[in-house]
Design a protein. Sequence first.
Length: 167
Amino acid sequence: MTMDLLLMARYDAWATARALEAAGRLGPAAWTRPLAGPFACLRDAAVPLVSAAIVWLARWQGRPMATGLRAAAFADAAAVQARWREVAAAVEMFLVRLPKQALEAPLAYRTATGRPRQAALAMTIIHLFTHAAYHRGQLMAVIRQLGGATVHTDLLYFLHDRGRAAG
């Protein structure tokens, strides 16, 4: 396991937790309030962050999943936050235990539409972390749409927060 991937996993866990906390600060009334745009409600913008990590972790562990989480299964932001803490810890544990030589091994998987794909395991791990930034951006846009305060979730903020930004 390279330290860079472990650092990125910790950054992803931190950034997603911050984004979900920002969503939670909007209160229960905002959770399923109908929205105009690509997401029906705040909940539907928050759950993909956790769902994608669950799907990729399952693939890495040889437990392919056809679909992710159902947004309707989460009654409030606290439920998503709790699930995220579990998933982030499981991703970190997977990476800590992963032999370095496994990173270049090909991972065969199926997309959500069932198409077969293959990529080096390391590339799928990097994909999860970079794609999460896309979902966090969507969530921040929904939070703004609902009049909420957004938070910084960028890597340099994480590094600074951890005292690692000097250089």
